[in-house]
Design a protein around this ligand. Structure first.
Ligand SMILES: Cc1cc2nc3c(=O)[nH]c(=O)nc-3n(C[C@H](O)[C@H](O)[C@H](O)COP(=O)(O)OP(=O)(O)OC[C@H]3O[C@@H](n4cnc5c(N)ncnc54)[C@H](O)[C@@H]3O)c2cc1C
Length: 373
């Protein structure tokens, strides 16, 4: 297996638990990339931006993916017990807030589609929004409440999966960058900065870096990296019990257990054109904070502590790629869950392990085959 983010650590755990001899190769340390740099939102609804921008047909095609997120949240609920680590999961509900009637009408259609797919989200009019979230600005006209959403702590989850995988017998090799992959008569040979590894099966779940790895086998996957940034404030008194989104601009806002507010929503970071280094986009920080203040005015009293950057894994249709590619490389499994991959980590672990073991997964994965491109 290649990739020690949440998808890889969860897959290694499921494989080792099933008694499969498992080696996980990670170029740095575990959970140091997107899985450690994300904002910790637990998503279970159709995201408003692609719903608005890609249109109804996209939403209908994407909607069955809600089942995957719901199943993932169900696994999250038991992780404290299963992994023996409190991952700070709190499902206080997700609140998508609208500032005008046009947004609210779109949200109404989105809620209906989510309900069709088993998510008990509700449309809120102005009065219902006030009752649920008195902290939201007066100008907001309504919204959506999605009960299965919330947050968890990214710094705890991936290491917890990895430790459980090691306890179950998986071998995790850190600082092992895969630099070449070749097919052998009975599987694969991987060249890494820490030696060569052979295996009859190979799972590539390296987040935004999955495409260059697949290319080593002559396979093109449309997986992209999107540099993004997240802001964190000093700890403040309990203020926001929900995961708050805004239909009028990019925003996710939630409060960590220790009291810090995490403010993001997919604001791009800057890539230095010469060195390729990621840097914080200060203009984006100001705009992101202004959006947060507009939706929840009390946020303005909290002081910003830090902004950090990470590379998110994207796919053009924002739909997962989860597939066994036996037809092009027998024994190869690939997996990436774009943009919402922290929430989806636990279900990715189950699905990728099933595919690697040749077991029938409990969901129809045909919509997630890369042949759709
Ligand atoms: C700023 C930001 C905020 C986000 N917020 C949220 C959120 O609130 N909620 C949510 O659900 N999702 C969020 N996401 C998305 C989520 O973090 C990712 O979708 C998820 O972490 C992907 O997990 P992964 O295991 O697939 O990939 P990663 O975490 O990227 O892990 C892949 C691993 O593969 C390793 N690797 C790559 N190439 C090689 C190689 N050649 N050899 C060996 N190892 C290699 C990398 O070092 C890395 O550790 C956010 C992402 C970012 C960047």
């Amino acid at each position: 297996m290649v990739g020690g983010g949440i998808a890889g650590a969860a897959t290694a755990y499921r494989l080792a638990q099933a008694g499969v001899e498992t080696v996980l190769l990670e170029r740095f340390d575990l959970g140091t990339q997107a899985s450690g740099a994300n904002a910790g939102s637990m998503h279970g609804q159709i995201q408003f931006t692609p719903f608005r921008d890609f249109g109804w047909e996209w939403a209908r095609r994407w909607a069955p993916t809600l089942r995957l997120l719901e199943a993932s949240v169900e696994i999250w609920k038991g992780l404290d017990r299963e992994l023996g680590v409190d991952v700070e999961l709190r499902l206080g509900g997700g609140l998508l807030v609208a500032s005008d009637e046009r947004q609210l009408r779109l949200i109404e259609r989105k809620v209906a589609l989510e309900n069709e797919h088993g998510v008990a989200s509700q449309l809120l009019d102005r009065a219902a929004l006030r009752a649920v979230a008195p902290y939201v600005a007066d100008e907001m006209v309504g919204g959506e409440l999605c009960p299965i959403e919330g947050k968890a702590n990214p710094l705890l989850a991936t290491p917890a999966f990895a430790a459980a995988a090691e306890r179950a017998g998986a071998r995790i090799v850190r600082n092992a960058e895969v630099t070449a992959i070749e097919r052998t008569r009975d599987g694969f040979e991987l060249t890494t900065t820490r030696g060569r590894f052979r295996s009859p099966k190979l799972v590539l779940c390296a987040g935004a870096a999955t495409a260059p790895l697949a290319r080593m086998l002559g396979i093109e996957l449309p997986i992209e990296g999107h540099p993004m940034q997240v802001n964190v404030t000093e700890a403040v008194a309990p203020l926001v019990p929900h995961l708050v989104y805004f239909a009028g601009d990019r925003l996710t806002l939630k409060q960590a257990r220790i009291g810090s507010l995490l403010i993001g929503g997919g604001w791009p970071a800057t890539v230095h054109p010469g060195t390729g280094r990621l840097t914080v986009d200060l203009h984006g920080v100001r705009r992101n904070l202004a959006v947060a203040r507009r939706v929840v005015p009390a946020v303005g009293a909290a002081r910003l502590l830090r902004t950090w950057v990470g590379v998110n894994n994207g796919v053009p249709d924002e739909t997962p790629i989860v597939a066994a590619l036996d037809e092009v490389a027998p024994g190869l499994v690939v997996g990436t869950f774009p943009y919402l991959g922290f929430s989806a980590g636990p279900i990715m672990g189950e699905l990728l392990a099933d595919l690697a073991r040749g077991r029938e997964p409990r969901f129809d994965l045909s919509p997630y085959h890369p042949s759709r491109f």
